[in-house]
Design a binder for this molecule. Structure first.
Ligand code: DGN
Length: 254
């Protein structure tokens, strides 16, 4: 069974790494969109159309399960993808890890793209799962794009800017963009000691396997990983090396 992961860029890698760790024989199809990235600042309808096109491509390649390891795509297009594919194809979205963070931290900041930060979806998550925690959204302008481009200077600037806009005494940071675990070490270095960092990759991988197993179809594959990228796939070899080394599994709920 082929499981397809869809993101604008490298943000799909941490979830792919978890899937591979938990189920090494799974066949994965990684679809990203260097030509259209970043999705975060794009108009909503543009993102919906792009994600739907990519989902069609995945189905055409034989995918039987679709995963959106991208908060921007999930808050914008998840229901559209589900409506398009119908009930026979599980579609798993990504939700910022607000619930686990709010369970153990009194003050939380959600770092995400501008689109996710401004979304009604995130506001609803905070209302439903934020409990008594004091939760602030911090839009990290340009960070996902800089990660895709491997632009270390802009990555450092964007992280420093987000850290400066994070309220004092914040105890937990939710990584509400799937790209951000790729620069976890830089994020931790910019935060005061003791701040905990939460992301969703392991939970999304776990949910994918549960939905896949519930299909009751033969699942074992050969552990093949295929990558399909639009126009400018130059960054993929570097990312693949990080993927192979297992380095991407670092940013899970503390
Ligand atoms: N990985 C995407 C997310 O989680 O929102 C980033 C989207 C983008 O292209 N900026």
């Amino acid at each position: 069974m082929i499981v397809a992961l869809i993101d604008s860029g490298l943000g799909l890698l941490p979830t792919a790494a978890w899937l591979r760790k938990l189920r090494p024989d799974l066949d994965l199809l990684l679809l990203n969109d260097p030509d259209g990235a970043p999705w975060g600042p794009k108009p909503e309808q543009w993102v919906i159309d792009r994600v739907l096109d990519t989902a069609r491509l995945a189905l055409g390649e034989g995918a039987e399960v679709l995963v959106l390891p991208c908060n921007t795509a999930s808050v914008t297009a998840l229901e559209h993808v589900r409506a398009m594919v119908g009930p026979g194809v599980p579609v798993i979205g990504t939700v910022p890890a607000i619930k686990p963070a709010a369970a153990v931290c009194r003050k939380v900041a959600v770092w995400a793209t501008a689109a996710t930060t401004a979304s009604a979806y995130q506001a609803d998550l905070i209302t439903r799962f934020g409990g008594d925690a004091d939760i602030t959204g911090v839009a990290c302008h340009g960070l996902a794009d800089a990660i895709d481009r491997g632009d270390l200077a802009v990555i450092a600037e964007a992280i420093a800017d987000a850290a400066a806009r994070t309220p004092a005494d914040t105890e937990g940071i939710v990584l509400g963009c799937t790209h951000y675990p790729l620069v976890l070490d830089d994020i931790l270095a910019a935060l005061p000691p003791g701040v905990r960092v939460f992301d969703s990759a392991e939970a999304v991988a776990g949910q994918t396997l549960r939905r896949m197993d519930a299909l009751d179809r033969p699942a074992p594959g050969t552990g093949a990983v295929r990558i399909l990228a639009s126009g400018r796939p130059a960054q993929l070899p570097t990312a693949a090396a990080a993927f192979e080394s297992g380095r991407l599994l670092g940013a899970t709920p503390a």
